[in-house]
Write a protein of this length. Structure first.
Length: 333
């Protein structure tokens, strides 16, 4: 066990532990008869035991004052799960409510006109995180520019707080998926591959996919061995990813879908037209991604001084009891 001291100079006082062993004068006791003398061997060993106890008390107090601690440690563990980056669209359209063709309402999940697509997505993502206790999550939100909300962590409280923080403020009009994806991939860049890596995009739109960006996106996706999941929240009259559109109409959503499909990476796309479809998509990802993973667990610094103070208190109590039980020699007539 690696240990360190906050005040190591206090250890210079450790030689004080020899004080109980120094020779000291003995009181002269008058005894009228040799028959009344106690067994000398017993008193000798009792005296040595007391000296040892006092020395141990001195050492314990000095170590406690020096404030020992165990430094922060990083331990590699094996679990079932994945490293998942939540890439959440924060464009203005995600602040709009779900409106299905039938204008149905879904109890507890969303009601048209009251709960936005972004809010439904965050609620379901929170349930997704709670159900996956062994995963490590990171989070990026994006509209015009990406914002890294949370680095990779296995602390669920932090992940849930980051998801909730995604609702702060109003989104912008743009949906720049390119910058969002690149920001998500930076979580893995330069790090050892430890198991399943996932980027989970939740978006209801897409921006133009520039030819100059295609090569670096494909290189990063393949080099970092990332699986990509896109939950496409499709509003009424929005582009269908799987149906051709008129030649005169540009559909960036379809271009992005085709790009990911041709990138030779693990890729799945889900179309969610209502909260129920969004819930089904997230549940399917939860079912698919449950593979062995190596991850690093950080154990924070631990203060050890309290244990030494506790031992010193026990030793002091023991010595106090012995002192109270000690038979004192009175004046003999």
């Amino acid at each position: 066990m690696n240990q360190a001291f906050t005040y190591p100079w206090v250890l210079l006082l450790l030689p004080l532990a020899i004080l109980p062993w120094l020779n000291r004068g003995q009181d002269v006791i008058k005894i009228p008869s040799l028959w009344l003398m106690a067994d000398e061997s017993v008193s000798h060993w009792v005296e040595k035991f007391l000296q040892l106890t006092i020395s141990l008390l001195i050492v314990t107090l000095i170590l406690a004052i020096a404030t020992p601690f165990q430094p922060e440690q990083t331990i590699e563990r094996t679990g079932q799960g994945a490293e998942i980056i939540l890439l959440l669209d924060r464009s203005r359209s995600m602040d709009q409510p779900f409106f299905t063709r039938e204008h149905r309402t879904i109890p507890r999940l969303a009601r048209p006109g009251t709960m936005s697509k972004g809010m439904v997505a965050r609620n379901l993502l929170s349930e997704f995180v709670i159900a996956r206790k062994n995963d490590r999550f990171g989070m990026v939100v994006f509209s015009t520019r990406p914002i890294q909300v949370l680095p990779l962590t296995d602390k669920q409280e932090a992940v849930l707080a980051a998801i909730d923080a995604g609702s702060v403020g109003r989104g912008l009009a743009e949906t720049d998926i390119t910058s969002g994806v690149m920001e998500a991939l930076r979580f893995f860049d330069g790090k050892d591959y430890r198991g399943s890596r996932i980027v989970m995009l939740i978006s209801d739109g897409a921006s133009e996919l520039r030819v100059s960006d295609k090569a670096r996106l494909i290189d990063a996706l393949r080099r970092l061995r990332v699986s990509f999941y896109w939950i496409y929240i499709r509003s009424t009259n929005a582009v269908d990813l799987f149906k051709p559109v008129a030649d005169t109409k540009y559909a960036p959503q379809q271009e992005w879908h085709q790009f990911f499909a041709d990138a030779e990476i693990p890729y799945r796309v889900y179309t969610a037209e209502d909260p129920q479809g969004l819930q089904a998509a997230i549940a399917d990802i939860n079912r698919l991604q449950n593979l062995p993973i190596l991850y690093q667990d950080i154990i924070p610094r631990q203060d050890l001084a309290k244990y030494f103070y506790g031992l010193a208190a026990v030793l002091l109590l023991f010595l106090t009891i012995l002192q109270l039980l000690k038979i004192r020699q009175g004046a003999w007539p």
